[in-house]
Design a binder for this molecule. Structure first.
Ligand SMILES: Cc1ncc(C[n+]2csc(CCOP(=O)(O)OP(=O)(O)O)c2C)c(N)n1
Ligand SMILES: [Mg+2]
Length: 608
């Protein structure tokens, strides 16, 4: 056997640089790295040697570097990914939140934290966690519940089994998710005679599992028996590349569709059968259909509570659920008729079996009425009052083209965008599985790296901006432009509204209601400029529109700050959401809210 003598770190990086995506190019596009003693000498040396075949980028924070990597994978519909490496200890645990984010959203990312010495010679090395009773525990064990594959590389030959397993998970359509290869510091630097054939270039194809014949027949029978079916399109539609097939399916059989947060943008909003979204952040016209549907056809959705209004939305008596999903876990939720399959294949096969079977047209006028409602919300304020979030969205929407991509993660905006944004096909990116504040700026950078032809617009609240913004400096350094629209309502507006709606006193959300000695006075323009970004504060919706246009030609990020009113919600569309209200309280408002809450829970269908 021909062998090549490499350190374990060199072998890992060489191997990763040789793995291709079926779309062409590397599957792991590059490596985000912040070095410390746990990875600088081993992995750092290997990354430097391979910098022309597998680039390394330096961010500002391990969590947000990982956000960029995850957004990149999501924007690539999981056909490409990135790796993130950290030192041991704090760098590693900084990535745990991002791992959970990728796990919930089922997105591939490769975490390579350094780990303690395999030989235990220096124990405890700087930053080592010491478990008194278990010598095998390190800080990296925090990753275990939030990754789909965990391995600790404590011998150089572990690479031979660990790496193919890692890529197997990242390219598996059903089990796709984050992987952690915790890499012992001394092992990284240890040499081994690796078989040369291990480094044969390889292309990773994402398989398309076909449905089981009996499940397929049962699904077709379910649809034939229905009168008013509704399609709920989830993120799986995008990951399967089933967008066009879904639209053809809907048109051929005349079935209206709604999209979840992850599924939004599968079909262009202008398609007449597109009725917006279901559930808590649903459109009026979408929820009307959801309430009447006698068959709900989930396609690639995990039926998160926002989609189902905590299971109050699809409420027609005798209503059936058909769940087309790549994983049996989702296909079987709520005793649905399961169809475990790739979405594209399943829709093609069902359509062929249905033949010319068509349903009665939905009431298209409900759609028109809905757009009249949202037009009114979009209209610029007549007085000199602070604009609402909906008015900001209206302004951004008017200045977006079919090439624009809107992105966000947490706060008021995700819900408001889900219900109001008119997404062109492929023009919407929402991290709403984990809804992680601090995903936005780094995420926008990752998306722009994946889709340089898109005009990326990042919507962010002041709270999320304050939580994580430093990758702005990285985007400036790397020349990655995107537009940030920062809505400053001086606090956590959405949670303040939720607090009041559940009977609570306004407390600890808006800055004015939070403990302070001095009034907060945040200058976001000065802050963003200090990181090298373009930044401007606008006083009106008109000025916002003008700055949006200017930002389109910038070569670095542009942050546009606008003061908004924290109090109004969109007031359109949505349904009930299960947020538990205290059973006893001294506050009369809480007792009242509890009554309403209990009434709401009665509409939930828990069993079935
Ligand atoms: C990391 C993280 N911490 C806490 C939360 C809970 N949370 C959701 S939205 C929100 C406030 C967001 O404030 P801001 O970004 O200013 O948006 P606004 O609603 O004010 O427009 C909080 C605290 C979260 N989603 N993520
Ligand atoms: Mg805010």
């Amino acid at each position: 056997m021909t062998t090549i003598r490499l350190t374990a770190a060199q072998a890992m990086i060489r191997w990763l640089s040789l793995q291709s995506s079926e779309d062409g190019g590397r599957f792991i596009e590059g490596v985000w790295a912040i070095f410390g003693h746990g990875n600088v000498a081993g992995l750092g040396e290997a990354l430097h040697a391979h910098k022309d075949t597998l680039p390394t980028w330096r961010g500002q924070n391990e969590q947000t570097m990982a956000h960029a990597a995850i957004a990149y994978a999501k924007a690539n519909h999981r056909r490409k990914a990135m790796a993130v490496t950290s030192s041991i200890g704090p760098g590693a645990t900084n990535m745990v939140t991002a791992a959970a984010l990728a796990h919930v959203n089922r997105l591939p990312v490769l975490f390579i934290p350094g780990d303690v010495f395999a030989n235990r010679a220096p124990d405890p090395v700087l930053q080592q966690i010491e478990d008194f009773d278990d010598a095998t525990v390190s800080a990296n064990d925090c990753f275990r519940p939030v990754v789909r594959y965990f391995d600790r590389i404590s011998r150089p030959e572990h690479i031979l089994t660990a790496l193919p397993r890692a890529l197997r998970v990242m390219t598996d359509p059903a089990n796709c998710g984050p992987v952690c290869l915790a890499f012992c510091q001394d092992t990284q630097a240890e040499a081994y005679d690796y078989p040369v054939e291990f480094f044969e270039p390889r292309t990773w194809y994402i398989r398309r599992p076909e449905p089981d014949q009996r499940e397929l027949e049962a699904a077709v029978a379910c649809i034939r028996a229905a009168k008013t079916p509704l399609i709920v399109a989830g993120g799986g539609v995008l990951y399967s590349g089933a967008e066009q097939v879904l639209l053809n399916f809907a048109k051929t059989h005349s079935i209206p569709l709604v999209e979840t947060q992850a599924g939004k943008g599968a079909v262009d909003w202008e398609e007449p059968l597109h009725f917006g979204s279901p559930g808590v952040t649903g459109t009026g016209c979408g929820n009307e259909l959801a309430a009447r549907a006698d068959l709900v056809i989930g396609v690639g959705t995990r039926f998160q509570d926002f989609t189902t209004g905590s299971w109050t939305v699809f409420s027609a008596p005798g209503r059936k659920l058909l769940s087309i999903n790549i994983h049996g876990y989702d296909a079987h939720k709520r005793a649905a008729q399961p169809l475990v399959s790739d979405a594209k294949v399943a829709l093609e096969k069902i359509s062929a079996a249905l033949g010319k079977h068509r349903f009665a047209d939905p009431d298209f006028s409900a759609r028109t009425k809905w757009f009249q409602t949202t037009d009114a919300l979009f209209a610029a304020p007549k007085t000199n009052e602070l604009p609402t979030d909906a008015q900001v969205i209206g302004a951004v929407d008017r200045n977006a083209g079919k090439q624009s991509l809107i992105m966000c993660a947490a706060g008021t905006m995700p819900g408001a965008l889900h219900v109001l944004w008119r997404a062109a096909q492929g023009g919407y990116h929402m991290e709403y599985g984990f809804s992680c504040m601090g995903y936005e700026i780094a995420g926008a950078m990752g998306i722009k790296m994946a889709l340089p032809q898109r005009d990326v617009i990042c919507m962010i609240g002041d709270g999320s901006y304050m939580m994580a913004n430093s990758e702005l400096a990285t985007a400036v350094m790397m020349g990655i432009p995107f537009t940030v629209v920062l809505t400053d309502n001086r606090g956590y507006g959405c949670i303040n509204r939720l607090q009041v709606a559940t009977g609570g006193a306004p407390f600890n959300n808006l800055l004015r209601d939070s403990y302070h000695v001095n009034e907060a006075n945040l200058d976001f323009v000065a802050h963003a400029r200090a990181m090298g970004a373009n930044a401007v504060k606008v006083a009106s919706i008109e000025d916002l529109e003008a700055e949006m246009q200017k930002a389109k030609t910038a070569t670095i990020p542009t942050v546009i700050v606008i003061d908004t009113d924290p109090m109004p919600g969109t007031g359109a569309g949505g349904t009930w959401w299960d947020v538990a209200v205290p059973e006893v309280s001294d506050r009369a408002e809480v007792t009242e809210a509890r009554k309403a809450y209990e009434a709401g829970t009665k509409a939930q269908w828990l069993l079935n």
